[in-house]
Design a protein around this ligand. Structure first.
Ligand code: PGA
Length: 250
């Protein structure tokens, strides 16, 4: 059985003080929630506040991106995997579609960052997903296959075993348009099939595939009823303590 994971991606939202306030409301609401892993990925400057607030709780903290280098160096504006780990993070989002669209992320850089995360002892949550035009022209599976094969399919089996995949159709992110549970499950089945082709049955059965894209308290149950869907990567609805708690407690 795969244990679900509910991950909040805060993007470029909240200050340290707002982070502390969020956890004051959120932690009591999920203190008894042992059915799922719970992760919050705040902006870098809020990691210290998030780690302080969640110490000794069932909530973990992750980064939203990391540099490909695992040694310190002259990379102005960047943050490394070892820095995230030292700050108390246990995971990191890699290859989010916003990074692919706005910051030049490619399948090759996604692979390099995933390796950097693994070498830093962080669990990478690697995002894949098609754009609206790609779905409308029937290219969804082709896009997902390329993102997988040119990216994390190049990991060793030992490395791959520590990866979480997030399927995030770009047309569903921040738009209020969720993929139906069936559309999401189809994509998850296809991705799991790709994993099976490269890494075999056991890896395919074990890998967690999260769905992301307008997950809300009122649609999470339908999504989680699909055995293919192992959790959520939640943007907007993770910013509010009550709303994210009700997603966690689906
Ligand atoms: P959303 O974002 O839940 O606001 O659609 C999801 C994501 O981008 O990870």
């Amino acid at each position: 059985m795969r244990k679900p994971l509910m991950a909040g991606n805060w993007k470029m939202y909240k200050t340290p003080a707002q982070t502390t306030q969020f956890f004051e409301s959120f932690l009591p609401l999920v203190a008894a929630s042992s059915h799922t892993g719970i992760l919050i990925c705040p902006p870098f400057v809020n990691i210290a506040a998030a780690v302080a607030a969640t110490r000794g709780t069932n909530v973990s903290v992750g980064g939203q991106n990391l540099h490909t280098a695992t040694k310190e160096g002259a990379f102005t504006g960047e943050i490394s995997g070892p820095m995230l780990a030292a700050a108390g993070c246990t995971a990191v989002i890699v290859g989010h579609s916003e990074r692919r669209q706005f910051f030049g992320e490619t399948d090759a850089t996604v692979l390099a960052r995933t390796i950097a995360a693994l070498e830093s002892g962080l669990q990478p949550i690697v995002c894949v997903g098609e754009m609206l035009a790609e779905r409308e022209s029937g290219k969804t599976n082709e896009v997902l296959a390329t993102q997988f094969r040119e990216g994390i399919a190049k990991l060793t089996p030992e490395q791959f075993a520590r990866v979480v995949i997030a399927y995030e159709p770009v047309w569903a992110i921040g738009t209020g348009k969720t993929a139906t549970p069936e559309i999401a499950a189809d994509a998850h089945r296809f991705i799991r099939g790709e994993v099976r082709a490269i890494y075999g049955d056991e890896a395919a059965n074990n890998v967690r595939i999260l769905y992301g894209g307008s997950v809300k308290p009122d649609n999470v149950r339908g999504l989680m009823a699909q055995p293919e869907i192992d959790g959520g990567l939640v943007g907007g609805a993770s910013l509010d303590a009550v709303s994210f708690a009700s997603i966690v407690n689906f």
